[in-house]
Write a protein of this length. Sequence first.
Length: 255
Amino acid sequence: MSKLSRVAIFAALVAGLGTVAASAAPRVQDLPDSFILSPAGVLTRLHAGTTYRASRFPLGIRVTPPDGSWTGAQWKANTYHPDEIARRHLTCSTNPGVCKPPYYGWVAIGKGGAAPARAPRALILVMTGFGRTLSPTATMHNLQTRGRGATYQPVADVEVAGYHGLRLDGVLTGPRHVFVPFSPPSHKARAIADAIEISGAGHAFRIEALNVRGKTVVVFVGSLVMSADEFTAFLPQSDRLLGSLRFPARKARTP
Protein backbone atom coordinates (compact mmCIF):
# COMPACT_ATOMS: atom_id res chain seq x y z
CA MET A 1 0.00 0.00 0.00
CA SER A 2 1.37 3.39 -0.94
CA LYS A 3 1.99 6.15 1.58
CA LEU A 4 -0.67 8.25 -0.13
CA SER A 5 -3.27 5.48 0.27
CA ARG A 6 -2.44 5.06 3.97
CA VAL A 7 -2.88 8.83 4.53
CA ALA A 8 -6.23 8.79 2.74
CA ILE A 9 -7.50 5.85 4.84
CA PHE A 10 -6.32 7.52 8.08
CA ALA A 11 -8.05 10.75 7.10
CA ALA A 12 -11.28 8.87 6.41
CA LEU A 13 -11.11 7.13 9.80
CA VAL A 14 -10.57 10.44 11.60
CA ALA A 15 -13.48 11.99 9.74
CA GLY A 16 -15.66 9.04 10.68
CA LEU A 17 -14.72 9.30 14.34
CA GLY A 18 -15.51 13.01 14.21
CA THR A 19 -18.98 12.24 12.86
CA VAL A 20 -19.62 9.72 15.64
CA ALA A 21 -18.42 12.19 18.28
CA ALA A 22 -20.64 14.92 16.87
CA SER A 23 -23.68 12.65 16.84
CA ALA A 24 -22.98 11.60 20.43
CA ALA A 25 -22.60 15.17 21.68
CA PRO A 26 -25.22 16.12 24.27
CA ARG A 27 -28.19 18.02 22.90
CA VAL A 28 -28.69 21.52 24.29
CA GLN A 29 -32.15 23.09 24.17
CA ASP A 30 -33.37 26.51 25.22
CA LEU A 31 -35.78 26.50 28.16
CA PRO A 32 -39.31 27.55 27.20
CA ASP A 33 -39.97 31.27 27.63
CA SER A 34 -42.85 31.80 30.08
CA PHE A 35 -43.48 34.18 32.98
CA ILE A 36 -44.79 31.60 35.45
CA LEU A 37 -45.80 34.17 38.08
CA SER A 38 -48.78 35.18 35.93
CA PRO A 39 -52.02 33.18 35.51
CA ALA A 40 -51.02 32.44 31.92
CA GLY A 41 -47.56 31.22 32.89
CA VAL A 42 -46.72 27.57 32.39
CA LEU A 43 -43.90 25.16 33.19
CA THR A 44 -43.03 22.75 30.37
CA ARG A 45 -42.02 19.12 30.84
CA LEU A 46 -38.25 18.63 30.57
CA HIS A 47 -36.56 15.52 29.18
CA ALA A 48 -34.29 13.41 31.36
CA GLY A 49 -30.62 13.76 30.46
CA THR A 50 -31.18 16.67 28.08
CA THR A 51 -29.12 19.77 28.83
CA TYR A 52 -31.07 23.02 28.83
CA ARG A 53 -29.78 26.58 28.59
CA ALA A 54 -31.49 29.88 29.34
CA SER A 55 -30.78 32.47 26.65
CA ARG A 56 -32.58 35.19 28.64
CA PHE A 57 -30.31 34.76 31.69
CA PRO A 58 -27.49 37.29 32.19
CA LEU A 59 -24.88 34.52 32.50
CA GLY A 60 -24.33 31.39 30.51
CA ILE A 61 -26.26 28.68 32.35
CA ARG A 62 -26.93 24.98 31.79
CA VAL A 63 -29.04 22.50 33.75
CA THR A 64 -29.58 18.78 33.08
CA PRO A 65 -32.62 17.14 34.73
CA PRO A 66 -31.69 13.70 36.12
CA ASP A 67 -35.12 12.23 35.33
CA GLY A 68 -38.40 13.13 33.62
CA SER A 69 -40.22 14.47 36.68
CA TRP A 70 -39.02 18.05 36.24
CA THR A 71 -40.53 21.04 34.41
CA GLY A 72 -39.01 24.38 33.50
CA ALA A 73 -39.26 27.91 32.11
CA GLN A 74 -37.25 31.12 31.83
CA TRP A 75 -37.96 34.83 31.57
CA LYS A 76 -36.42 38.28 31.87
CA ALA A 77 -38.19 41.19 33.59
CA ASN A 78 -37.87 44.54 35.25
CA THR A 79 -40.74 46.09 37.26
CA TYR A 80 -42.98 45.57 34.21
CA HIS A 81 -43.63 41.88 33.88
CA PRO A 82 -43.84 40.33 30.41
CA ASP A 83 -47.54 39.43 30.71
CA GLU A 84 -48.41 43.01 31.74
CA ILE A 85 -46.50 44.42 28.76
CA ALA A 86 -48.36 42.10 26.39
CA ARG A 87 -51.77 42.62 27.98
CA ARG A 88 -51.54 46.42 27.96
CA HIS A 89 -49.64 46.63 24.65
CA LEU A 90 -46.93 48.71 26.32
CA THR A 91 -43.95 50.04 24.36
CA CYS A 92 -40.73 51.82 25.29
CA SER A 93 -41.79 54.96 23.41
CA THR A 94 -45.20 55.34 25.04
CA ASN A 95 -44.17 54.01 28.48
CA PRO A 96 -40.44 54.65 29.09
CA GLY A 97 -40.52 52.68 32.35
CA VAL A 98 -41.15 49.51 30.36
CA CYS A 99 -37.51 49.52 29.26
CA LYS A 100 -35.98 50.97 32.42
CA PRO A 101 -33.40 48.88 34.32
CA PRO A 102 -32.70 47.03 36.51
CA TYR A 103 -33.47 43.80 34.67
CA TYR A 104 -33.27 40.32 36.16
CA GLY A 105 -33.02 36.94 34.48
CA TRP A 106 -34.92 34.00 35.94
CA VAL A 107 -34.84 30.23 35.54
CA ALA A 108 -37.63 28.16 37.12
CA ILE A 109 -37.39 24.40 37.57
CA GLY A 110 -40.44 22.68 39.05
CA LYS A 111 -40.97 19.23 40.48
CA GLY A 112 -43.89 18.30 38.26
CA GLY A 113 -46.65 20.77 37.40
CA ALA A 114 -46.50 20.78 33.60
CA ALA A 115 -49.83 22.58 33.15
CA PRO A 116 -51.26 25.94 34.30
CA ALA A 117 -53.82 24.19 36.52
CA ARG A 118 -51.21 21.95 38.15
CA ALA A 119 -48.76 23.78 40.37
CA PRO A 120 -45.41 22.05 40.96
CA ARG A 121 -44.95 20.30 44.28
CA ALA A 122 -41.70 22.22 44.69
CA LEU A 123 -40.08 25.06 42.79
CA ILE A 124 -36.44 26.02 42.26
CA LEU A 125 -35.78 29.59 41.15
CA VAL A 126 -32.36 30.74 39.90
CA MET A 127 -32.03 34.49 39.51
CA THR A 128 -29.47 37.25 39.05
CA GLY A 129 -29.32 40.79 37.71
CA PHE A 130 -28.02 42.09 34.41
CA GLY A 131 -26.23 44.88 36.27
CA ARG A 132 -23.98 44.77 39.32
CA THR A 133 -25.17 42.63 42.21
CA LEU A 134 -24.48 42.71 45.93
CA SER A 135 -22.01 40.24 47.39
CA PRO A 136 -23.37 36.96 48.80
CA THR A 137 -22.86 38.31 52.32
CA ALA A 138 -24.78 41.53 51.63
CA THR A 139 -27.46 39.56 49.80
CA MET A 140 -27.98 37.30 52.81
CA HIS A 141 -28.21 40.34 55.07
CA ASN A 142 -30.99 41.73 52.85
CA LEU A 143 -32.85 38.44 52.87
CA GLN A 144 -32.74 38.13 56.66
CA THR A 145 -33.54 41.70 57.61
CA ARG A 146 -36.12 42.76 55.03
CA GLY A 147 -39.68 42.03 56.14
CA ARG A 148 -41.17 39.78 58.78
CA GLY A 149 -42.85 36.42 58.86
CA ALA A 150 -40.00 33.92 58.72
CA THR A 151 -37.49 32.28 61.04
CA TYR A 152 -33.99 31.35 59.94
CA GLN A 153 -31.25 28.93 60.81
CA PRO A 154 -27.69 30.27 60.95
CA VAL A 155 -26.14 31.11 57.59
CA ALA A 156 -23.77 28.37 56.42
CA ASP A 157 -21.08 28.08 53.77
CA VAL A 158 -22.05 26.04 50.73
CA GLU A 159 -20.67 24.90 47.40
CA VAL A 160 -23.03 24.27 44.49
CA ALA A 161 -21.80 23.03 41.10
CA GLY A 162 -18.28 24.12 42.01
CA TYR A 163 -19.20 27.65 43.12
CA HIS A 164 -18.89 28.87 46.69
CA GLY A 165 -21.58 30.82 48.49
CA LEU A 166 -23.87 31.03 51.50
CA ARG A 167 -26.95 29.01 52.44
CA LEU A 168 -29.97 30.09 54.49
CA ASP A 169 -32.67 27.63 55.60
CA GLY A 170 -35.89 28.80 57.20
CA VAL A 171 -39.59 28.35 57.84
CA LEU A 172 -42.45 30.74 57.12
CA THR A 173 -44.21 31.89 60.30
CA GLY A 174 -46.69 34.34 58.78
CA PRO A 175 -49.26 34.11 55.99
CA ARG A 176 -46.80 35.49 53.41
CA HIS A 177 -43.28 36.78 53.08
CA VAL A 178 -41.41 38.67 50.35
CA PHE A 179 -37.69 38.06 49.91
CA VAL A 180 -35.73 40.89 48.26
CA PRO A 181 -32.12 39.93 47.49
CA PHE A 182 -30.74 43.04 45.79
CA SER A 183 -33.08 46.05 45.58
CA PRO A 184 -32.55 48.78 48.20
CA PRO A 185 -35.32 49.56 50.72
CA SER A 186 -37.95 52.04 49.56
CA HIS A 187 -40.95 53.67 51.23
CA LYS A 188 -42.68 54.10 47.88
CA ALA A 189 -45.42 51.73 46.81
CA ARG A 190 -43.84 50.11 43.77
CA ALA A 191 -43.21 46.75 42.22
CA ILE A 192 -39.87 45.14 43.07
CA ALA A 193 -38.29 43.36 40.13
CA ASP A 194 -36.20 40.90 42.15
CA ALA A 195 -38.82 39.99 44.78
CA ILE A 196 -39.62 36.36 45.61
CA GLU A 197 -42.94 35.94 47.43
CA ILE A 198 -44.08 32.81 49.24
CA SER A 199 -47.15 32.14 51.37
CA GLY A 200 -48.39 29.63 53.91
CA ALA A 201 -47.18 29.48 57.51
CA GLY A 202 -45.17 26.36 58.28
CA HIS A 203 -43.67 25.93 54.82
CA ALA A 204 -39.89 25.53 54.74
CA PHE A 205 -37.53 27.08 52.21
CA ARG A 206 -33.87 27.25 51.29
CA ILE A 207 -31.97 30.17 49.74
CA GLU A 208 -28.42 30.10 48.43
CA ALA A 209 -26.32 33.03 47.22
CA LEU A 210 -23.48 31.84 44.98
CA ASN A 211 -20.49 33.79 43.75
CA VAL A 212 -20.31 33.01 40.04
CA ARG A 213 -17.27 34.83 38.68
CA GLY A 214 -18.00 37.96 40.72
CA LYS A 215 -21.78 38.01 40.21
CA THR A 216 -24.17 36.78 42.91
CA VAL A 217 -26.65 34.18 41.71
CA VAL A 218 -29.61 33.54 44.03
CA VAL A 219 -31.09 30.05 44.23
CA PHE A 220 -34.46 29.70 45.97
CA VAL A 221 -36.02 26.33 46.78
CA GLY A 222 -39.54 26.22 48.22
CA SER A 223 -42.92 24.50 48.22
CA LEU A 224 -46.48 25.59 48.89
CA VAL A 225 -47.77 22.05 49.47
CA MET A 226 -45.02 20.11 51.25
CA SER A 227 -44.83 19.95 55.01
CA ALA A 228 -41.51 20.89 56.59
CA ASP A 229 -40.60 17.18 56.89
CA GLU A 230 -41.57 16.48 53.28
CA PHE A 231 -39.50 19.45 52.14
CA THR A 232 -36.47 18.17 54.07
CA ALA A 233 -36.89 14.78 52.39
CA PHE A 234 -37.08 16.52 48.99
CA LEU A 235 -33.84 18.49 49.38
CA PRO A 236 -31.52 15.65 48.20
CA GLN A 237 -33.45 15.63 44.90
CA SER A 238 -33.06 19.40 44.68
CA ASP A 239 -29.34 19.11 45.42
CA ARG A 240 -28.95 16.53 42.66
CA LEU A 241 -30.60 18.81 40.11
CA LEU A 242 -28.61 21.85 41.25
CA GLY A 243 -25.45 19.78 41.06
CA SER A 244 -25.98 19.66 37.29
CA LEU A 245 -25.83 23.46 37.01
CA ARG A 246 -23.08 24.84 34.83
CA PHE A 247 -22.23 28.47 34.14
CA PRO A 248 -20.15 28.45 30.94
CA ALA A 249 -18.39 31.69 30.18
CA ARG A 250 -19.85 33.78 27.40
CA LYS A 251 -19.80 37.41 26.33
CA ALA A 252 -21.54 39.60 28.92
CA ARG A 253 -25.16 40.31 28.05
CA THR A 254 -26.96 43.61 28.37
CA PRO A 255 -30.71 44.17 28.77
